[in-house]
Design a protein around this ligand. Sequence first.
Ligand code: SF4
Ligand code: SF4
Ligand code: SF4
Length: 443
Amino acid sequence: MSQEPAITPKSLPEEAAKKLASLNLNLCLTCGTCAGGCPATGTERLNGMDIRKVYRMLAYGMIDEVVNSDFPWICTGCGRCAAACPMNLDTPAIMGYMKHLRDRDKVPGVLHKGVLQVLKTGNNMGVPKDDYLMTMADMGKEVAEDCCPGFYVPVDKQDADVLFFPNSKEVFSDFEDMKWWWKIFYAARENWTIPSENWEAVDWGLFTGNYEATHILAQRKIEMMKRFNIKRLIMPDCGGGSYGCRMGMKMCKMDDPASEINYVYLYEYLVEIIKSGRIKLDKSVNAGKVFTWHDSCKHGRELERHFGHGYYEEPRWIIEQCVDQFVDMTPNRVNGYCCGAGGGNWPMPYEKESAFHGRKKYESIKQTGANVVVVGCSNCHDQIMKRYPKFYPDCDYEVKYIWELIADSLIIEPLNDEDVEKAEAEAAAQWERLGIDPDAGYE
Ligand code: SF4
Ligand code: SF4
Ligand code: SF4
């Protein structure tokens, strides 16, 4: 008796075949190294699907099944598989393409709505311009009163040396988290600015496979730099945001080589201002605590693979300037595990799956015995600080941004009276120009 084959292989549509071949799909050896190193392997919701099986499905032409599965969304795009693949398959890019092919009304959770929102309003949460500016005026006043006389948040400043992008999560609710960077800028006497419009740091286009959005968001940043004649952009601190921005800038440069702008990664910037003596740090405030560092995939492994340099050593050097006791996780650097929040998995609905992915990172943290986990990405921050304790009961560590650690360790020299007066006059003129009354408070 003849048996029907379980799968009837078919050809991929021409465009998809071309795209996937450009990402080396046809070279896959089915060795399984990727699946062996991927923390998503074994996720209950995936019913036995792993990355090696996904590649077999694609080889058999089953692209619709992959696109409509949960796999591309539960994959965090961490690149651990790609870094180990002997044939150099770019899994994060292939999964990004699978997301790209999903109908927009079937993108899970809030991500697509966020993309529409950022394209329309300039930020993922749709924060109105006046609320944003009022928040900046109000929180800036608090910092001035607290420790930095004369401080204010400079908006749309012409000829600034540095352009900085806020993250809508902070502008919307985590207000206090903005103050760390502000204190650093104050202590360094930085000539910096933020935009009044299109200020979103995070790129949800990257998380939804929306190439056009990634392109537009980078284009906006480039235009801002040129319009205000700003010397350098600090790449958004969010791992996905900075990675999306870098990818978007690459697309813009392909369209127009003149669109190239100067940028600096936060780690390079922080090393620069510490080494040059522009900021001074006091380790004693962190005495008695043990610190560890979480290698963010998008600032390390993925940057290294795509752009030749991953930020592994710089953050470790920065932390050593702030603390006496540092211990590395095992594994770390290129082999480190993702926190489980990548690829949009912090705001996405697959919370249990994201926490399952994070179990490896949680174990790495626990093994260090550290009191404080230092991070450089806002998704990693929230995942390790807020989601792990919901799923793993003994999370007895603190989580700090690397810029928060620096801000806590700063020796801040206040401006002299004359400079305070000058800064206050500049602030008053700026808020008047923008139609904001910093003393009005919220209605
Ligand atoms: S590691 Fe690379 S070659 Fe091996 S199965 Fe995975 S994708 Fe294929
Ligand atoms: S990118 Fe990360 S989550 Fe996705 S398949 Fe590779 S190792 Fe797994
Ligand atoms: S959230 Fe952090 S750890 Fe997770 S993929 Fe992104 S950068 Fe990596």
